[in-house]
Design a protein around this ligand. Structure first.
Ligand SMILES: [Fe+2]
Length: 298
């Protein structure tokens, strides 16, 4: 089999076929997929009926995996999946649907806001790989925005303005936008803001992109309301329809995206009625976006 890549959108998103993710990949196959990621930023692998172990093995071809610690409000004994997985399903650890007012569900509703995975960590994530194990018939799309195209479309004045800016990202900022604002002392420590540049350069292609997420609550040196209004404006700019690929899920799709050059969000659906079992592995980033001794700020 030969890896084949077919565009799904003019700049972001392509289908990748000719590869079986249940088996070890050759170096050539890994290289072809990595090239596809550099160019298209989102790759869809249809018809991949894989186990958790196979997903972990495939993901490790692209770097070290993150663990989920620090990314959610699940208690230690509430995890349904092993530590390499971010559980973005609507299920509890007994495999039951999360109730409407379940704290974990309400926290996860933040995934409906535009974000880049683990932008609240330093280093932030490289790739995310999301496997659709159970996809409801009326399940939600996941939308991906091309942050390179968004950067390119800025006028020169705005490019110059954003270039030196440093933002602080935290899960507390994104959740607070939805009125989820109460955190335990442990969570406040776990979700302490981290610093990230606002404009980043892709290490392979050299292309610049906006590193935006709803996790941003502060632009250093700016008054908070001005910073938040500006970030809102940039997110609105970056998610105009021509920059967005909307993925309609089919069972056994595996979708892989480059968090360094995209944002994404899941759309709303009737999640207290229908099971959506999607499992994410996350490839850690190579380096902080800012070379600072102190990455975490109070
Ligand atoms: Fe996400």
């Amino acid at each position: 089999m030969t890896v084949a890549i077919r565009p799904l959108h003019p700049t972001i998103g392509a289908a990748c076929t000719g590869v079986d993710l249940r088996r070890p990949l050759s170096a050539d196959e890994v290289a072809a997929i990595a090239r596809g990621m550099d160019q298209w930023a989102v790759l869809v692998f249809p018809g991949q009926d894989i186990t958790d172990e196979q997903q972990v093995a495939f993901s490790k071809n692209f770097g070290k995996l993150e663990t989920t610690f620090g990314g959610n409000v699940r208690k230690a004994d509430e995890h349904r999946l092993s530590k390499e997985f971010a559980d973005v399903s609507n299920l509890d650890h007994h495999g039951r649907l999360l109730a409407q007012t379940d704290r974990n569900r309400m926290f996860n509703l933040g995934n409906q806001l535009w974000h880049s995975d683990s932008a609240f960590r330093s280093p932030p994530a490289k790739y995310s790989l999301l496997s659709g194990r159970v996809i409801p018939e009326k399940g939600p799309n996941t939308e991906f925005a091309d942050m390179r195209a968004a950067y390119d479309a800025l006028d020169d004045e705005t490019k110059a303005q954003v270039e030196p800016l440093v933002c602080r990202h935290s899960l507390m900022y994104s959740r607070s936008q939805l009125g989820f604002g109460e955190f335990t002392d442990d969570e406040k420590a776990k979700f302490a803001p981290v610093r990230q540049v606002l404009v980043r350069t892709h290490p392979v292609t050299g292309r610049k992109s906006l590193f935006l997420a709803s996790h941003i609550g502060v632009i250093e040196g700016w008054p908070i309301p001005e910073a938040r209004a500006f970030i809102r404006d940039l997110i609105e700019h970056a998610t105009q329809r021509p920059f967005v690929y909307a993925h309609k899920w089919r069972q056994h799709d595996l979708v892989m995206w480059d968090n360094r050059q995209t944002m994404h969000r899941v759309r709303r659906f009737d999640d207290t009625r229908y099971v959506r079992d999607v499992r994410r592995t996350t490839v850690a980033g190579d380096a902080p976006t800012i070379e600072q001794v102190q990455e975490k700020v109070a």
